[in-house]
Design a protein around this ligand. Structure first.
Ligand code: HEM
Length: 565
């Protein structure tokens, strides 16, 4: 009963009463000859003949479908054979590497894949979504810097962009004219020559932090969060927020939604974008309800401080800040489109700059508890250069290479975003003979690059000396850990501002405090582990520390400086 495929097409057409197809190899059988070939008894009733022919037709259709499906899979199979993706775990049929893609400590696991498969770039695929991870400085330079027209786009996360309100954060907008416009305006206010105007506010935040550390050293983590957030609010909106200010609380709660999104790894929604159309009340559609809650907070984070600043400007009581400069640039009367861009630039500065700085300062405190000898080494320099009558200023930086080396080592040791923010390949590409398909999520593994023993020998050791020459100056042959700030054209444009904040905060803390192990009620030192949270936005796992004034006049110096601010 089975048909040869060469005859299939013509047979179906004959049964349908159509003329033979052009170029048919075999003569198309007539209905009479079919009746004969199918062994249908010519004397059988018309109903029985029709039934047999219907069965025959159904089989023919099924075989055609089977043939189409088999051809489709064969083409896919051969295409994949021809396209050599970068190496990675083998994966399972249909779901691919769904269970291989790590949701925790991905930076370490992807680095291990590179070692196992002997390749700078590694690959995973799940349900048609390709992930390529770039694990070496050379490959990162070749791809992100060398091919910016391919790798400057951003991953279009449905959760981040469409449902949660984070589409306003221009760090995630697609590469194109709108991104260029955001970046151009932002750069005008954050290039190195524009930064001196922010130094007094950054210094004020650092000095307030010292005072809070004096009063309640055990709460150092929340003081660091306050100081980092208030410094950026002050620079962006000229809000002089004291601890507990509701404006700080609002932006902090909005920031928590981003941390939650990043902590969740790849949201199911991003693998199945169709799910965004599921009604929010359906069981299992909890992500939609979550996203609606996120959106309210994130919208408020962008809209409320911006609207308040504009109202203050109209009443003539706004202090100069980033947002007033942005508005003055367009005569305070922007078009609605321009207004949206300015609001996004102001809000993104807060969003991008607060948690990253908090995480870096937390990692600094952890390193100081764990490596007291490094702390003493840097404090010796501060005492020698700055003395004990004043606090360090930004103008001291050139004379304090140990402080700079310490900050560089903190950034190299562990990063707030060890896998950066995901980029996206805009078109198909080839690298080292491997195929990188258009639409792949491309991750720069900053952690792996900054733990490459060829560039940073003994990479797990915390050793700021690696950045210092024998004469005590900064070495020019050991690279600054740029990758902590991302890659290519999307590299963090706030990095110079961030380095100023870090310098002022780290130098001021070490000038007056000895950071030590906390002591429990029984007088025993509380143990501290070198441990970091395992998700996208990473920080030191919660730990205890004590901040003790280093010398008799330290407390007076802190209080006097706070009054002068
Ligand atoms: C230690 C502090 C900081 C770290 C570690 C950090 C890190 C990063 C990283 C990894 C990216 C993603 C780059 C990429 O996509 O390849 C980024 C983007 C960005 N950062 Fe930062 N950042 C810090 C502080 C800041 C500050 C203080 C600001 C603002 C004043 C800022 C503003 C931005 C913006 C606007 C983007 C998006 C750039 C774009 O998409 O073109 N960052 N940052």
């Amino acid at each position: 009963m089975f048909l040869s495929t060469s005859n299939l097409c013509g047979t179906i057409m004959a049964l349908a009463g159509l003329p033979p197809p052009p170029g048919a190899i075999h003569p198309v059988p007539s209905t009479r000859s079919l009746v004969h070939r199918l062994n249908i008894c010519p004397s059988a009733s018309a109903a029985s003949q029709a039934q047999t022919l219907t069965k025959y037709l159904a089989m023919a259709i099924l075989e055609t479908l089977a043939l189409i499906v088999a051809t489709f899979f064969a083409i896919q199979f051969f295409k994949q054979q021809r396209r050599r993706y970068p190496p990675g775990p083998k994966g399972l049929p249909v779901v691919g590497n769904m269970f291989d893609v790590p949701l925790e400590n991905g930076w370490r696991i992807f680095r291990d894949w590179s070692r196992e498969y002997g390749s700078d770039i590694v690959h995973a695929e799940t349900l048609g979504m390709h992930i390529v991870v770039v694990n070496s400085a050379k490959a990162a330079k070749d791809l992100f810097d060398g091919r910016p027209h391919i790798y400057s786009d951003k991953d279009r996360s449905t959760m981040v962009l469409e449902l949660s309100g984070w589409r306003r954060a221009w760090a995630s907008i697609p590469y194109g004219d709108s991104w260029r416009e955001h970046r151009r305006i932002f750069n005008r206010h954050f290039r190195t020559s524009a930064l001196t105007r922010y130094h007094p506010r950054q210094a004020k935040a650092a000095h307030r932090l010292l005072q809070l550390l004096l009063d309640a050293p055990q709460d150092f983590a929340s003081h660091i969060r306050y100081a980092s957030g208030s410094a950026i609010l002050d620079v962006v909106y000229a809000f002089d927020a004291l601890p507990g200010d509701p404006r700080l609380d609002l932006v902090e709660r909005a920031m928590e939604t981003l941390a939650e999104i990043l902590h969740a790894g790849v949201f199911l929604l991003d693998v199945f974008p169709i799910l965004k159309h599921v009604p929010a009340w359906l069981p299992g559609a909890q992500f939609k309800r979550k996203a609606a809650g996120y959106k309210k907070l994130v919208d408020a984070m962008f809209e409320v401080p911006y609207a308040q600043l504009k109202a203050d400007m109209q009443e003539g009581k706004a202090q100069p800040c980033l947002t007033t400069s942005l508005l003055f640039d367009c005569d305070s009367d922007p078009t609605p489109e321009r207004d949206e861009i300015l609001m996004n630039i102001a809000g993104t500065a807060y969003a991008a700059g607060s948690d990253t700085s908090v995480s870096t300062l937390g990692i600094f405190v952890l390193a100081m508890v764990l490596y007291p000898e490094v702390q003493s080494f840097v404090q010796e320099e501060i005492d020698r250069v700055v003395g004990r009558d004043r606090l360090p200023e930004i103008s001291d930086r050139g004379a304090l290479p140990r402080v700079t080396a310490l900050i560089q080592e903190v950034l190299r040791w562990h990063q707030p975003l060890p896998l950066g923010l995901p980029h996206r390949a805009m078109v198909d590409d080839e690298y080292n003979g491997y195929h990188i398909p258009a639409g792949s999520v491309v991750l720069g593994n900053a952690w792996a690059i900054l733990h490459d023993g060829a560039t940073y020998p003994d990479p797990t050791a915390f050793n700021p000396n690696r950045f210092l020459a024998a004469d005590g100056a900064l070495r020019s042959d050991v690279p600054f850990p740029t990758e902590v700030f991302g890659f290519g054209r999307r590299i963090c444009p706030g990095r110079h501002f961030a380095m100023d904040t870090l310098f002022l905060t780290v130098a001021s803390i070490l000038a007056v405090f000895r950071i030590e192990h906390a002591v429990d009620d029984g007088g025993r030192e509380v143990e501290v582990q070198e441990a970091f949270t395992p998700h996208g936005l990473s920080q030191a796992e919660p730990f205890k520390a004590h901040f003790a004034p280093r010398y008799a006049g330290a407390e007076d110096l802190v209080r006097a400086t706070a009054v002068m601010d």
